[in-house]
Design a protein around this ligand. Structure first.
Ligand code: KG4
Ligand code: ZN
Length: 335
């Protein structure tokens, strides 16, 4: 009999519910985005996010089951993101999952949101271990080594801002609306790397990252130009910023994959939707790591969604890592 997992995700500004069959077939993946409500504040407002989750969660559950044409009684388990993320936002998903699991007598599987991003790759390819994952999102930038399913070793991470956070912060300085990663990505190929911003920690003997110096260099350049009443090209700014982020992410990831020989390399998280990152990573991996298979989830699965949570839940469930109804949200959960 096939396994059907209901996934629930509410860690930030998307309410999402999915039904996934046997860990790798998406039967439904409903994503209710709140981006429009947060745009005018220039970032996610936690209280607003929680309220939207409350409003959306029940209808997302109904819609996910309906679209998947699955009856509650045929489900195998409920998997839910319990961290990291905004505490109020996480709590809505966790409480909904607990209530649903209790009412329908189903096992409850807690999932780490970052593990979810990694497992989005399993919808594109079967995962083979050991593997290395670069997880780049609005809140995290991590290099994770996995010897086997559901085993995570963080071998490098950002010391300050996450890559997506840097995109959103410089986007604000450029007058772009939140979240600005996608728009900077659109502008970048239209400009040139004229400003050659710093490539932080590129030559250091570790797998860590830093993006706050890049952000400061960007802000200084634009402020100085403003004082001189000089108008800088948005396209060149985007191209220069993106060139720095992509070079650092790709160079350090390839170096890590050479030190930790792996069968597969995964690039996941919201910033994995970046065309510059996807193309450069493909090119460098084929040149320098011809034996390694690169997996980057399709664009629609890079951002937050519940299918990835159900997929990570599938491996957690196989390892019997279930929770009882005392499960709580863990806003600073790490691997
Ligand atoms: O994974 P995600 O949806 O949410 C978190 O878990 O944080 O990532 C959101 C981040 C935002 O910072 C957004 O600006 C960035 O991903 N992002 C991009 C692109 N699309 C989304 N950054 C660069 N290029 C993109 N195409
Ligand atoms: Zn995320």
């Amino acid at each position: 009999m096939s396994e059907l997992i209901l996934g629930i995700e509410s860690s930030c500004d998307e309410t999402s519910v999915a039904v996934v069959k046997d860990g790798n077939q998406i039967l439904s993946n409903i994503v209710a985005s709140q981006v429009k409500s947060h745009k005018r504040f220039g970032g996610v407002v936690p209280e607003v996010a929680s309220r939207h989750h409350v409003e959306q969660i029940t209808s997302c559950i109904h819609e996910a089951l309906q679209e998947a044409q699955v009856d509650k009684k045929d489900l195998t388990a409920v998997a839910v993101t319990y961290g990291p993320g905004l505490v109020g936002a996480l709590l809505i998903g966790v409480q909904a999952a607990k209530a649903f699991a209790w009412a329908n007598d189903l096992p409850l599987v807690p999932v780490n949101h970052m593990a979810g991003h990694i497992y989005a790759a399993c919808f594109a390819e079967k995962l083979r271990f050991p593997l290395l994952a670069l997880v780049v999102s609005g809140g995290h930038t991590e290099l994770v080594y996995m010897k086997e399913d559901a085993s995570y070793e963080v071998i490098g991470q950002t010391r300050d801002d996450a890559a997506g956070e840097a995109y959103d912060k410089v986007g604000r300085v450029m007058g772009l609306s939140y979240p600005s990663g996608k728009e900077i990505d659109r502008l970048a190929p239209l400009g040139k790397d004229r400003y050659h911003f710093p490539r932080a920690m590129l030559n250091e003997d570790n797998f860590d990252f830093s993006f706050s110096g890049l952000k400061s260099a960007f802000i200084n350049l634009t402020h100085n130009a403003q004082q001189r009443q000089e108008v800088l090209s948005q396209e060149d700014l985007a191209a220069s910023f993106q060139a720095s982020v992509v070079e650092v992410l790709v160079t350090k990831t390839i170096r890590a994959a050479k030190s930790y020989p792996v069968k597969q390399l995964i690039v996941a998280g919201g910033v994995a939707a970046n065309h510059g990152l996807r193309e450069t990573m493909k090119q460098k991996v084929s040149e320098q790591l011809p034996e390694t298979q690169l997996i980057i989830p399709p664009l629609r699965l890079c951002g937050d969604n519940a299918a990835m949570i159900a997929a990570a839940g599938h491996v957690e469930f196989a390892k019997n890592r279930c929770a009882d109804l005392s499960l709580n949200a863990c806003p600073s959960l790490s691997f």
